[in-house]
Design a protein around this ligand. Structure first.
Ligand SMILES: *Cc1c(COP(=O)(O)O)cnc(C)c1O
Length: 544
């Protein structure tokens, strides 16, 4: 067979593939009215909801007196000069008193340290992580059925801001922000892909799902957190706080998400990137979105150090991963999974982890649903790491004894190439509290798993490959049973990572067999040659 290199055959190795995924446009609708009733149980007053009944559609009511010329009945629409932001303002006056604040992460019950979300603070007084703490007593005044009905009523609309999968849970995310200040691309509401063939053929499973968090505005789950962070910055600027822009050091998905949301709000975004160490695909999103891109002659860690020094001097808000606001948005993906299963809890949720914020965000989303009575248990979480960047895996294997940072080696799963994760404490807390597991995947395992998934109709990124190989190992060892309902979290769109797929299918990776490569066949421009290769192909397919 005539093999040729894909990267030579086409200029695609030079063409970046960032794709924007616009949510489906839907007809305008007003929020459903909620008929609240007060019920008394266990001496406490709870507010529940009757199943919301949509207004009867006037065009469905049959008029008993026939009229010769029926006049079309128009649905109510907002006045032409009012946009959806203003409409939200008019129809949704905030009357609740939910609130949230920063507290030190996992603080002792006696700690009284807390900060308003309107303060610009990234760490607690002793330098540890912060967490956004909601007033759970206020949220508990409403029962689980109320929240389920409320969240369900907001799905798939264009009502500002609830058309977003993040802001449809606004009361649990940033309850006090004015809807007017929210910066949203109607992110979230990503599909669950039923991995029918991958589950059946490769794992003997019948209830395997992939949560496509990467089918999103900038192509990764980072949008879920960035809409919250940029909205809060937008609010601070409207309140007159001195924030001239938002900055981050990143080579990938974080800078893409930051740049897009800042551009949508007209807020300056400043991105520090290591010169000559990133691909065109990683560079093009912030450039296209108008960010101020500084190309600095250092590596990622050097950029990180510089931006921390700069943000200490200048009123630039730091959008890096220790920022706990982002996790409030990311946790909604967990709530969404429960909602998509009609509030039934899956047995397993597998999340690829690098800086380890996302694994904690998933835990927090599930835990809030349990605490507020929407579900009665937690799924078991699996954090999947690349073997070349596996400090959490080593920590887990040591029985959670002393944590040691590692020097991360190169991995195709570049967004999780992190040796000293910022959110290590958050991840350990999450995994201990849900009987969680940590797994790892070698480069060959993750690339094979990614390619096998693609061959069953997916198009996943290498990070999702890490999660899929973790699943394969846990199935093989019998930890995950064939009928366990399992969700694999896909963190980015495969189109952001085409170069690794091209290298794999070209068998152009050192020390890798690339067992599932599917290279194109070079054929002469004549009928006989084409017929020959087709017959060979069809015979081979017939036998398999
Ligand atoms: C950021 C990112 C991750 C890692 O998330 P953490 O919260 O850092 O663990 C995984 N996959 C992709 C595609 C990412 O962009």
């Amino acid at each position: 067979m005539n093999m040729f290199s894909l990267s030579q055959a086409s200029p695609c190795s030079l063409i970046p593939n960032p794709q924007s995924f616009n949510p489906n446009p839907r007809p305008q609708q007003l929020p459903l009215p909620h008929s609240l009733r007060i019920i008394s149980s266990n001496n406490s007053t709870k507010i529940s909801t009757q199943t919301p009944t949509p207004d009867p559609d006037p065009s469905n009511i049959i008029d008993p007196t026939p009229t010769p010329t029926p006049t079309p009945k128009l649905k109510h629409r907002r006045p032409a000069e009012v946009n959806i932001r203003q409409q939200a303002h008019l129809y949704n006056p905030s009357t609740h008193n939910f609130s949230a604040k920063y507290v030190p992460f996992n603080a002792s019950p006696s700690s009284t340290e807390s900060y308003s979300l309107d303060e610009i603070v990234y760490r607690s007084s002793d330098g540890s992580l912060l967490d956004v703490q909601h007033d759970m007593e206020a949220l508990k005044k409403f029962d689980g059925d109320y929240w389920k009905a409320l969240f369900d009523s907001r799905i798939g609309k264009t009502t500002w801001p609830y058309g977003s999968g993040v802001w449809s849970k606004k009361e649990w995310v940033l309850p006090e922000i004015d809807s007017d200040h929210i910066v949203s691309a109607f992110e979230g509401n990503s599909n669950l892909f039923w991995a029918e063939r991958f589950g059946k053929d490769i794992l003997g499973m019948n209830d395997l799902w992939v949560k496509n968090c990467g089918i999103s505005h900038t192509g990764s789950f980072k949008d879920l957190g960035m809409t919250v962070l940029v909205s809060q910055v937008n609010r601070l600027r409207k309140l007159g706080r001195p924030v001239v822009g938002v900055g981050c050091a990143s080579t990938g998905d974080t800078s893409a998400a930051l740049s897009a949301y800042c551009a949508a709000a007209g807020i300056p975004a400043i991105v520090f990137l290591p010169a000559n160490r990133i691909s065109i695909a990683q560079l093009v999103q912030p450039i296209a979105n108008g960010a101020f891109v500084l190309s600095i002659d250092t590596d990622f860690d050097g950029c990180m150090k510089l931006i921390r020094e700069v943000t200490a001097e200048l009123p630039i808000y730091l959008a890096n991963s220790l920022n706990s606001l982002r996790l409030e948005g990311q946790k909604t993906a967990a709530i969404e999974i429960l909602q998509q299963f009609d509030w039934e809890v899956p047995d397993w949720v597998i999340v690829p982890g690098g800086n380890l914020g996302n694994i904690y965000a998933f835990y927090k989303g599930f835990q809030m649903c349990k605490e507020l009575g929407l579900v009665d248990r937690l799924p078991r979480l699996v954090c999947a790491q690349a073997a070349n960047a596996n400090p959490l895996y080593l920590h887990y294997k040591s029985g959670w004894s002393d944590f040691k940072a590692v020097t991360a080696g190169t991995t195709f799963a570049s967004a999780i190439q992190i040796g000293d994760p910022v959110s290590i404490d958050r991840a350990v807390f999450a995994l201990k509290n849900c009987n969680g597991i940590v797994e790892e995947a070698s480069e060959e395992e993750l690339m094979d798993a990614m390619s096998q998934a693609d061959l069953t109709g997916m198009f996943v990124c290498p990070h999702t490959g890490v999660a899929l190989s973790a699943l394969m190992k846990l199935r093989r060892s019998g930890v995950i049973a064939p009928t366990d309902r399992t969700v694999v979290v896909s963190t980015a769109h495969g189109l952001k990572f085409t170069q690794s797929k091209i290298d794999y299918h070209s068998k152009d990776i050192a020390d890798m067999a690339c067992r599932f490569a599917n290279p194109p066949v070079q054929v002469k421009n004549n009928f006989g040659s084409v017929m020959d290769v087709l017959k060979t192909y069809l015979l081979r397919k017939d036998k398999s």
